[in-house]
Design a protein around this ligand. Structure first.
Ligand SMILES: [Cu+2]
Length: 379
């Protein structure tokens, strides 16, 4: 595609030089070419070489038409040819843009006008056309999951869907994917945020031979940062990096994990937990994150299969954020104290009742926030 674009660009320039020189003389030719060159260069640099082919082809047709005195007939032929090409080629710009542009140019040039109006109109219209094309078609169509676009439908790459400008305080961090023997890990593996924060996380892949992405499980993020390889981004290869940036307006317990070869990579440890505290301030008392994970066939809390002890003073409010990073249904149970199920999958429950003997099922990827007051009953 790169080569085709270059050839097309070269031929268009050549045609334009000839056409403009014949029609309007040297001065206008140079001026028009400078404008066109800058526009094309900007287009190619911004949207890639693939994108530039179509406007170049249309400009080439226009240049041919301009080069001959019987321009009215040729413009009609050019417009028809452009229309047919647009029907045959993948649709990545609205049909009416092409047809409309040709129609207006045809009208203007065909009208009995003064000499200087034609090149000015040409340059202005070309710039206008480019302006309409930019928002409509800056798209490598390969990112569209192979879905054919309808005529007149604009196709846009999901990699451009980075969301509205962010306004919150920026939490900048680096998440490094590491390997230790057979185990993989994200460092850090717990991210603390406050509601409204802008998370600016650069994933750095230090794995020797494994590609990764990060999917932010449960968080509403712009499509480009959803971390689905082959659909919203390319997988980050060993030695590579990728910057995720989005505003977090949800509150509660979430997690993140690699979405490349998910079962294997998450199974081997590529996951972490996200705690988003409300704008009004953090949850009172002890706030404990706890990841359930299955290593092979062994179920454990995080990477510790043994008993874990966290001393807490009687009367202290305790919130335990349990995340099931395994793919099977697991369950949590509290003994020795009544408790409440404060939140499920990041959403606070409305006036949750007090529980004693029940267990709470947690599906694969699910979260349960358990709330209790330490030492209410003797132990
Ligand atoms: Cu997930």
């Amino acid at each position: 595609m790169y080569v085709i674009a270059l050839i097309a660009e070269f031929l268009t320039s050549l045609l334009l030089v000839v056409a403009l020189a014949i029609r309007f003389g040297r001065k206008w030719t140079v001026g028009a070419l400078i404008v066109l060159k800058v526009a094309v260069a900007a287009l190619m640099l911004t949207y890639g070489f693939e994108f530039a082919i179509r406007p170049l082809r249309d400009l080439a047709l226009l240049a041919v038409a301009l080069a001959f005195p019987q321009r009215r007939k040729l413009l009609i032929v050019g417009a028809a040819a452009g229309f047919v090409l647009d029907l045959l080629l993948p649709q990545d710009i609205p049909q009416w843009t092409v047809i409309g542009l040709f129609a207006v140019i045809g009208l203007l040039v065909a009208l009995p006008i003064r000499r200087w109006i034609a090149p000015v109109a040409f340059v202005v219209l070309a710039a206008l056309g480019v302006g309409v094309w930019i928002p409509a078609s800056a798209a490598p169509t390969t990112m569209n999951m192979g879905m054919p676009a309808m005529p007149g439908m604009a196709v846009r790459s999901v990699t451009q869907l980075t969301g509205p400008p962010t306004t919150g305080s920026v939490k900048k961090l680096t998440i490094t994917a590491r390997q230790d023997g057979d185990r993989l890990s994200f460092d850090p593996n717990v991210i603390h945020l406050q509601q409204g924060d802008v998370l600016d996380a650069t994933l750095v892949n230090q794995l020797p031979d494994t590609s990764v992405t990060i999917h932010w499980h449960g968080l509403d993020v712009p499509n480009a940062y959803d971390g689905v390889p082959g659909i919203t981004q390319d997988a980050v290869k060993p030695g590579g990096r990728f910057e995720y940036r989005f505003q977090v307006n949800q509150v509660g317990t979430y997690w993140y994990h690699s979405h490349e070869d998910t079962k294997d990579e998450v199974g081997r440890g590529l996951f972490g937990l996200i705690v988003v505290q409300p704008r009004t301030g953090p949850v009172a008392g002890v706030d404990q994150a706890l990841m359930i994970h299955t290593w092979g066939d062994r179920l454990s809390f995080g990477d510790n299969a043994g008993v874990q002890v966290e001393p807490v003073k009687p009367g202290t409010s305790v919130r335990v954020r349990v995340v099931n990073t395994a793919s099977d249904l697991e369950s949590a149970q509290v003994t020795g104290s009544p408790w409440k199920l404060a939140a499920v999958d990041g959403n606070d429950l409305h006036e949750p009742g007090t529980l004693t003997d029940q267990t709470v099922p947690i599906g694969g990827g699910g979260r349960a926030d358990i709330q209790l007051t330490m030492g209410r009953t003797s132990s």
